[in-house]
Design a protein around this ligand. Structure first.
Ligand code: HEC
Length: 211
């Protein structure tokens, strides 16, 4: 007859498994990545990546809350397709994420990779119009409108300097203007901050991107 294991030996086995998984899943990555520091660029002496502004940090929360990562990745691969689509000049590495409040690497590419969108699309006006009405800039787009991040209101004495410059194809009522909410402004600040075009020793720029 088989003897039942003593409670003490079961306890030691369970404790061993917990310590092993903690070491492999928490302690090892902490040692590998926890001590990463910004890199001092040789030419400019600038430390990269740059820390995010407070507004961009708020924007990253809006990005998370609105499920942008369900359609967009933020991880450029070391793959010819990614450099051909100008998603990035090099592969994303962990040091790029040093100041990112949350890792929203994503796993679906229903839309383009956004790890370098701040380099590709530098205009805040473009982003606001695109978020308000993606189809006004890309007619076939499946991206939903985020018009709820904007306020439509009657023009007061004179149009606000913050009002979106929308094309005539987006119908508005007479004397109506569209103003970005603080959430839309934060989201766009975050998108403009996404830029990994600096070289890192562990991820040099692709040869063809240095021309
Ligand atoms: C249902 C999928 C989907 C969701 C959700 C989505 N997008 Fe998109 N997005 C797309 C597609 C498809 C495109 C490409 C066509 C276009 O420009 O609209 C795109 C394009 C973009 C672009 C332009 C990329 C480029 O290279 O020109 C930006 C910026 C962007 N999305 C930001 C966002 C943000 C921010 C959110 C969340 C608030 C979001 N998207 C949510 C599908 C999506």
């Amino acid at each position: 007859m088989k003897s039942t294991p003593s409670p003490l030996s079961s306890f030691i086995k369970i404790l061993f498994l917990i310590i092993l998984s903690w070491t492999l899943l928490i302690l090892t990555p902490m040692i590998q990545f926890g001590a990463q520091k910004p890199y001092e660029e040789q030419v400019s002496g600038e430390l990269v990546p740059l820390p995010l502004s407070g507004l961009a940090v708020r924007g990253s929360q809006i990005y998370e809350e609105n499920g942008c990562a369900s359609c967009h990745t933020q991880q450029t691969r070391n793959h010819p397709l990614d450099s051909a689509s100008s998603y990035g000049k090099r592969a994303t590495v962990t040091r790029d994420l040093l100041y990112q409040p949350a890792t929203v690497a994503g796993f679906n590419r229903w839309g383009p990779d956004l790890s370098n969108i701040g380099e590709r699309k530098k205009s805040a006006d473009w982003h606001h119009q695109h978020l308000f009405s993606p189809q006004s800039l890309s007619p076939e787009s499946i991206m939903p409108s985020y018009s709820f991040l904007y306020e439509k209101r009657k023009i007061k004495a004179q149009p606000s300097s913050e009002a979106l410059k929308l094309p005539a194809s987006i119908p508005l009522e007479q004397d109506e203007e569209v103003i970005p909410t603080s959430e839309a402004k934060a989201l766009v600040a975050y998108l403009l901050s996404l830029n990994q075009s600096y070289p890192l020793p562990e991820s040099p720029l692709h040869e063809d991107s240095e021309k």
